[in-house]
Design a protein. Structure first.
Length: 330
């Protein structure tokens, strides 16, 4: 929801119409240009003159309502996150079989890749993971889907059409299927991976940097997940689809700043530490390969986003060790 360098209109902006959204949410104005290159995010003004944002959200009503209730609880616990704006109209509604949410506008700066901003989000994530906020009924619960060799081969064949070399991805897929996924799934089944409600979307473009600190703008994908996977997701996709971000994953200094800030609030368990490389493998394959496939020709040709995707395709767990004092038992 953060503003990009230029507001654009994604090609999928067709249904529902802007006018239908404006009327349904009881707004005085809703801008046609999207604040995101990659999805429909519209800025508007309600009938009392307050600035708002309207965006499409995921899932069904039960899941969306549960995520909204959780963000309200999180905000009450002192973690800076937007909650739906219901001051002058509905905060959540369905149009043309799509769920939409209305949030208040958040003032502040967009991400520009400074170490201070990186550390601030690491601190935010640590405080969110440490917050004692229960998951409402109906919240999405993470499941470790069984690897499918045929699907993996199909994914690699698709990516071979995008990349000059898929050697790193091929080795990642084999290691994930044979070692990392079995180890994570077994620990999860045994209840040895702490699972908590998380946003599952810690990306630079999802924060606005207010004077009091970063505010999470896009908590719609919230669910109950192993927290080590949420940390790994931030490593892999923090700079994904963010115009102000560098065209790559974290460098050493950024990862050190992020992890150190996070670990001031969270003490990882020995099992989480031991499975940290496996968690990175899991997210690099499950989420990383999906991002590589999901991005279209326009994204791959984009100077910043295309460079990020190529770095993602070459990323390995070894690039992101936990700070000193944390070492896998291997």
């Amino acid at each position: 929801m953060g503003e990009h360098a230029e507001a654009t209109t994604p090609s999928e902006v067709d249904e529902p119409s802007l006018e239908a959204l404006r009327e349904a949410f009881g707004l005085d104005r809703l801008d046609g240009a999207s604040l995101s290159e990659w999805s429909r995010v519209h800025r508007g003004v309600d009938r009392a003159g307050r600035r708002v944002v309207v965006k499409r959200t995921s899932g069904d009503r039960e899941r969306a309502a549960a995520a909204i209730e959780w963000t309200r609880r999180l905000a009450e616990a002192g973690v800076a996150v937007v909650t739906p704006d219901v001051a002058d109209g509905p905060g959540l509604l369905c149009l043309d079989d799509q769920w939409w949410v209305r949030y208040p506008w958040v003032d502040g700066a967009d991400y520009r890749g400074t170490l201070a901003q990186v550390a601030a989000v690491g601190d935010w994530l640590g405080r969110q993971h440490a917050a004692d906020v229960a998951a409402p009924a109906g919240m999405r619960v993470y499941a470790f889907a069984e690897p499918d060799r045929a699907s993996i081969e199909e994914d690699l064949a698709t990516l071979a059409g995008r990349l000059d070399d898929v050697g790193v991805l091929s080795r990642l897929a084999a290691r994930w299927q044979e070692q990392s996924w079995p180890a994570l799934a077994a620990a999860h089944r045994a209840g040895r991976l702490p699972s908590i409600p998380v946003t599952s979307d810690v990306k630079a473009g999802n924060y606005r940097f207010a004077p009091t600190g970063p505010v999470m703008l896009d908590p719609d994908n919230a669910g109950v997940e192993p927290r080590v996977l949420d940390l790994a997701l931030a490593v892999c996709l923090f700079h994904h689809e963010c115009e102000g971000a560098p065209p790559r994953l974290f460098d050493d200094a950024e990862w050190s700043a992020f992890a150190s800030a996070y670990l001031r609030h969270v003490e990882l368990t020995p099992v989480e530490v031991d499975l940290w490389p496996a968690a990175l493998d899991h997210v690099l394959w499950e989420e990383g390969s999906w991002a590589l496939e999901d991005n279209d020709d326009r994204a791959w040709a984009h100077p910043r986003q295309g460079s990020f995707l190529r770095d993602l395709a070459e990323a390995t767990a070894e690039r992101f060790p936990l700070p000193g004092g944390y070492a896998p038992c291997r």
